[in-house]
Design a binder for this molecule. Structure first.
Ligand code: ATP
Ligand code: ZN
Length: 827
């Protein structure tokens, strides 16, 4: 007898054992999607993770009911990765399965009922009431009925009780109907029927026959111009897309084509087509020639990767790291292996994908979160079948079914959007790339102009190889960064609202000269809050402990944590005055203000509010690229990887805010963000200018940004991390405790904290502490930060303690309604 361990999408930290019916024995392999019964007459689809012959001690395993596919969707190294993730990030493997598998491959389940196979209605009449009898008679005829239709049949709004009773009487079964979600995209095509295609004489006869039917003759002629059947009768096999045939060039009459199809001259057929293809304008090109400096960096990287598994490619903004990646990827393709090119956010994809497509064409697959299910499954299958040798994608592309991966590039490796937050697994994509590469014996290139402290530290310790590139490509230079003291400017009356005279003048001049600019303000909306001028009342969110942000275009207040919206009050709720004013600066206000002072400028905005729709992001960038926008205002979205040759000026409106996040990474983030956004200026041609506005012009971090001095920034920062025991010197695990009552949150967090102190020691536990925003979506929060040593420490044991402490908490009677989330390596 054989058994299979099956991973199910349930939050229980283990796989489940099922028996393999003898009939199936040959067919089932690891990675197959199978249908099983779980719990009380519930059906699930799961993934087979192991096949063995050990009968479980404690229970009799149920049989696998069905295998849902011929070729397994998942390969064994993926399952290995899932297990690693569940273990390291302290979540269940079902949770990993849920994010790893595109939902197009998960089976959608809708509940159905059917008659229990052993139940005979006629023999049980005395235990059935009228309703039940009606339903069962229906089932006898229909076999299965969707749960949603039961109400109609027995004329009850909520049929739940009837169904429950019938299940109890073992009269019916509740099943999950399995539907495949993925649908390949098909194209209708048309071709000549075989008799005409293979015999030129019959075609001549056909022309004679059609003589008087001009429209049909027309169609035949057009077909023969599009498809050269005379020269090569095999070309008929692929035919021509029906819509191209009828509509492109001189249009045909669809009805005569229809008649010819009916008469057996043409035939229609369908062909599966990829969802994204090169457009006609994207002609393939050879990869660009590298400059001497780039070449040297490339060779250093290659050499580094011969000795180490990871190489940090540290190249200043605009140095052409992408071009170096291209060469590395080219090598992988030539060897017939696979490469993964990771980017932090979908934000970056459109420009990059256009750039990459012309080099890699059909072997390039794309994978990111704004893709539809079908598009994702398409990429998944393409990787599985080996059609895509290169995938460019966001962190979730780590879950693709690679079989022969030899290189992973993590571009902008410092970027915080590599970290997944909710739901679990809360993995860090850059770190996971290293693990995936390890499983495949592949190499990793981490690229950035501003490496994360973690990566630079490991390169400095020579755990990673290092390749530097300190000049920009071509004649371009790094921009000049001017620090503007807005406090003294205000005193001198040289500020117009939030714009210094320098900023306005520079913007004016550069746009006069036909160049473009980017303005960065890390807050969306119009202003972060509104307040009453008389009593200082501030409207806050009813469900979260935050101020509401003012959005000017819909004239409403919004919560950026839960999405709550309300009208702006005309009078103060607290004192009744009508003096409500807006305070602080968001991207909308920057956009509006700019239009007031530089009236001729065309201003565009790039933030979460303008990019919610699928292609809006792309559209704004295309408008900018084509020069329809002079100044692009945006949140951190404008700081990342954008490459526009005409941008000469970058303005940073309020650099101070970046420094004051209550987070040990605040300075690292600020340095990275400021350097990256500055790096958008002057990437081609003349030197660019950055105007950095601040109230603390003597802040040393700004000076380092202005001098492009990564190394000194690193030295100071790493010393502090070491002194205060923060990563990369320790490992952090953050527990967030939530409940609907503030007191309950506090008590349970205290309880958990004490337990952890007992087991792990006082010095390893920080908190519990209320976070700055202590209430979100009606849940009160508390946090415990656990600091663990990186070396000479039993991490596994510590994690077991933590799991155990949380389990014990959940078992306490008073703490039933408390939830704890675990975040390993929080951002
Ligand atoms: N060898 C080359 N030949 C032609 N163009 C190049 C070459 N190297 C770089 N470029 C061009 O220079 C610009 C900057 O290169 P790229 O975007 O790769 O820089 P980067 O190092 O990724 O910068 P960032 O870190 O700021 O994103 C791009 O427009 C790129 O096409
Ligand atoms: Zn809210």
């Amino acid at each position: 007898m054989k058994f299979a361990e099956v991973i199910l999408p349930v939050p229980i930290p283990k796989s489940f054992c099922y028996s393999i019916p003898p009939m199936m024995d040959v067919a089932i392999v690891v990675g197959h999607r199978v249908l099983v019964e779980f719990g009380n007459r519930k059906m699930y689809t799961g993934i087979v993770s192991e096949i063995h012959d050990k009968h479980p001690d404690k229970y009799e395993p149920k049989p696998i009911l069905e295998v849902l596919e011929v070729e397994p969707s998942v390969n064994p190294s993926q399952i290995k990765l899932w297990k690693w993730i569940a273990d390291y990030y302290m979540c269940t493997i079902g949770e990993v399965l849920n994010v790893a598998l595109p939902s197009g491959l998960k089976l959608s389940s809708q509940s159905y009922i059917q008659l229990h196979p052993h139940f005979i209605i006629q023999e049980n009449l005395e235990i059935l009431n009228d309703r039940e009898f009606t339903l069962l008679s229906h089932l006898e005829k229909e076999q299965t009925i969707p749960y949603t239709q039961v109400g109609n049949i027995i004329q009850l709004k909520s049929p739940y009780k009837t169904i429950k009773d019938l299940i109890a009487k073992e009269a019916i079964l509740l099943i999950e109907q399995i539907k495949e979600k993925y649908k390949p995209k098909m194209e209708k095509r048309i071709r000549l029927t075989e008799q005409y295609a293979e015999n030129p004489e019959s075609l001549d006869q056909l022309f004679e026959q059609l003589g008087k039917k001009a429209k049909q003759e027309d169609a035949l002629l057009k077909y023969l111009t599009l498809v050269p059947v005379h020269e090569d009768h095999l070309s008929n096999y692929h035919g021509v897309a029906k819509k191209d045939f009828i509509h492109s060039g001189r249009a045909l009459s669809p009805s005569s084509v229809g008649t010819m199809t009916k008469n057996g001259i043409f035939e229609e057929f369908e062909r599966q087509i990829p969802r994204y293809e090169l457009t006609a304008s994207d002609k393939m090109q050879p990869t660009p020639q590298l400059s001497d400096a780039q070449n040297e960096c490339l060779h250093k990287t290659i050499k580094g990767l011969e000795e180490k598994n990871v190489c940090l490619l540290h190249g200043v903004t605009g140095s052409g790291k992408t071009e170096i990646y291209l060469q590395l990827i080219q090598g992988v393709i030539q060897n017939g292996e696979q490469a993964l090119f990771m980017i932090p956010e979908i934000a970056l994809t459109s420009q990059l994908v256009r750039r990459l497509k012309v080099y890699f064409g059909d072997v390039l697959g794309i994978y990111h979160s704004k893709f539809s299910d079908n598009e994702r499954v398409e990429t998944w299958k393409g990787v599985q079948e080996g059609r895509f040798q290169v995938v460019v994608g966001t962190r979730s592309s780590l879950f693709l079914p690679f079989s022969d991966l030899s290189l992973i590039i993590v571009d902008e490796e410092h970027d915080s959007s590599y970290k997944a937050h909710d739901p679990a697994p809360r993995y860090q994509g850059r770190d996971l790339a290293l693990v995936l590469a390890h499983f495949h014996h592949a190499k990793v290139v981490l690229g950035s102009a501003t490496p994360s402290l973690e990566s630079f530290y490991l390169a400095a310790k020579q755990k990673y190889a290092y390749a530097g590139l300190s000049e920009r490509y071509g004649d371009a230079q790094l921009p000049e960064i001017k620090i503007i003291d807005i406090k003294s400017k205000r005193k001198q009356k040289k500020m117009k609202d939030d714009f210094s005279d320098d900023l306005l003048q520079t913007l004016h001049q550069t746009t006069e000269e036909g160049h473009q600019a980017i303005l960065f303000q890390n807050r969306r909306g119009y202003s972060p809050y509104v307040t009453c001028n008389v009593c200082s009342w501030v409207p806050t969110c009813p469900s979260c402990n935050v101020n509401l942000t003012y959005h000017i275009y819909k004239n409403e207040l919004r919560c950026h944590y839960c999405g709550h919206k309300e009208h702006v009050p005309n009078t103060c709720v607290s004192c009744g005055s009508t003096e409500i004013k807006t305070v602080g600066l968001g991207t909308q206000k920057v956009e509006e203000g700019l239009k007031d002072y530089l009236t001729d400028l065309r201003v565009g905005r790039l933030d979460l509010d303008t990019t919610r729709r699928k292609h809006s992001y792309e559209q704004i960038l295309i408008d900018f690229e084509h020069g329809h926008i002079d100044v692009l205002v945006g949140t951190q979205m404008v700081t990342k990887g954008l490459d526009f040759s005409n941008v000469r000026v970058v303005g940073i409106l309020d650099a101070d805010r970046l420094l004051y996040f209550p987070d040990f990474r605040a300075h690292e983030r600020a340095f990275q963000l400021l350097t990256q956004v500055s790096g958008r200026a002057g990437r081609r041609g003349e030197k660019g200018t950055v105007i950095l506005q601040t109230t603390t012009p003597n802040e040393t971090l700004f000076a380092k940004v202005a001098r492009h001095d990564y190394r000194n920034f690193y030295r100071k920062e790493i010393a502090e991390r070491q002194q205060y025991h923060y990563p990369p010197f320790t490992r952090l695990i953050k527990l967030t405790i939530r409940s609907e009552k503030q007191e309950l949150t506090k008590e349970s967090a205290q309880w958990l904290g004490n337990r952890l102190v007992n087991w792990l020691g006082r010095k390893r536990i920080l908190g519990p502490q209320e976070p700055n925003i202590n209430k979100i979506r009606n849940y009160f929060l508390s946090e415990i930060l656990i600091k663990l040593e990186r070396e000479n420490f039993d991490l596994k044991k510590a994690k077991n303690y933590i799991h155990h402490a949380i389990l014990q908490l959940k078992e306490e009677k008073n703490f039933k309604r408390v939830w704890v989330t675990i975040d390993v390596d929080p951002n």
